[in-house]
Design a protein around this ligand. Sequence first.
Ligand SMILES: [Zn+2]
Length: 318
Amino acid sequence: MEGEGSPLASNQKDTRISSPFSWRGDSFPPILDSETPDHLEKIRDLGIPYIFDIHTHFFPETVMKLIWRWFDNVNWAIGYRLPEAERVKRLHHNGIKRFTTLNYAHKAGMASSLNDWTYTNYKNWEGAIPFGTFYPEEGVLGYVKKAVEDYGFSGFKLHCEVSKLNLNRPELADTFSYLQEKQIPILIHTGTAPLPGEFTGIEFFKPFLETYPKLVVIVAHMGAHEISAYASLLDSYPNLALDTTMVFVDFLATGKAEDVDFAVSYLETYQDQIYFGSDFPNIPYNLNHPISRLLELQISDLAKQKILYRNAESRFFK
Ligand SMILES: [Zn+2]
C-alpha cells in the first residue's frame, strides 16, 4: 500500500497534523493494516464470528475519486485509497465479513443510476449487503420500488448535508410511507458533523420521525454533534437506531472528546439500538483503530457483541 497514492509514503510527513479537525492526544493511529490485526483474537474471545459494518461506502470509481479529492483538501487522509477489489480484501482482512454498500446522490437524476450500478456490481463484493439511495425528484417512488422488489436491496442511504436534503420534503412522502410499510431500513446522515448543512440536525429530524414513527431508521455518526438529542428519541421510537461511525476514535470530526466520552453510556443503555460503522474506505486511520477503541470501552461484553455483530445480523438475516 505504500507509494504513490498512499497517504503516508515513508518520505512524507503526516499531513493529518494540518487537518482542520482535531485529534485526541498528539500521536496518530496507524493508517496501514498490520499483518494480523490484534482485534481478531479479541472478537473471537467475545464469541463474535465476524464483524458486521453497517457503514461502508461503494461508489463508481469516478465519483469516489472526486470524493477523495474533497477529503484531500481538508487533509483527511484516506486510509484505503485502493482499487475496489483490494478494498473488499481489506474488509475481510479485518474480520468484517458483512458490510453495506452506501452511496448517495448530490443532485437530481443520479440516484436511480447509482442503484443500477450497485445492483450490477455488489455480487462481486463477498459479504456486501446492497443499499440503494434516492432523491426528491420525479419518479422516486418508482425506482425505490424497483430497488426493493426487483433488485432485492436491503436498505437505503440518505445524506442530508451533501444532498442538501430536507427529509420533510413532500415529494418524498410516498416513498417514506412505502419504506415504513415494508420495514426497509434507511441509514441517514442527518447530523451536523463533521460539517452542518442547510437541513441537518435534530430540528429537521424530529418532525420527520414524528411523521413516520414506525420507519426503520439508522442515524449515522450517532447524530453527532447532537448525540444526546438523537439518543433521547430511542426510548419512544423502538425502530430507531444509531451507528457508531467515526465517533469513538481519536479523530474528533464528530465531536469534542468530552461529548464523545459522555456518549459511551448510551452504548450500554441502548445496546439493542446501536450498530458498529466505520465509514470505510474514507477514514484517516486503519480499521483496527475504531474496532479496538470500541472493544476498549467500559461497556459489557454483551453490548460489544450486539453492536459489532448481533444487532445487524438479526436485522438483515432474520
Ligand atoms: Zn459515511
